[in-house]
Design a protein. Sequence first.
Length: 224
Amino acid sequence: MTFSISARCSETGTMGIAISSSSPAVAARCAHARAGVGVVASQNITDPSLGPKGLDLMQNELGAEDALAKLLGDYATAPWRQIVLLDRTGKSAVFSGSETLGINAVTQGRDCAAAGNLLANDTVPAAMVAAFEFAQGDLGDRLLAAMKAGQESGGEAGPVHSAGLYLVRDVSWPIADLRVDWTEGDPIAELASIWQLYKPQLQDYVTRAIDPTAAPSYGVPGDQ
């Protein structure tokens, strides 16, 4: 019921995840990232607690593979989970339990990894990784290009209704946390439109948080 791509920009250090699902508000449960640490996608029959647990392990200097092994070491319900960990170096570790739903697959690439379940076919994650590696520009642009490629390769077996984009960089909060929590339309296209609106303002919001005296105009009525 979900497909996602977790990735890192080797030039800027930005890390993040893009995700879509037939379920509502998928990003609220499945997308996790921490600046300077890594990314965790916790999907299929979701346990959101795996996100912060995986990030804590990577923050304690474990690489993705070791962190995943420790995360699942005494975890009784692992067969029902699909998990991707991406560490600060861009290395990934992936897991799809025996109870993962429907057609499911994972693909690891350069600075990225994609995973999905209840897919239309098992080529979807590979198409996402290929699109990410080919794309240029901001990490958000590349993640959304990968999501579009996954959708065009078949995506989920049924229609998707929610999507999210979550990015972290060099501050303690997400520099982007954009969501389409439910739509009868195309959540990936709607998310891409929100990103195009937000992207030119992203750095302004970081500046406002760090140094309000340097903040640019809000551009709203009453702002001087």
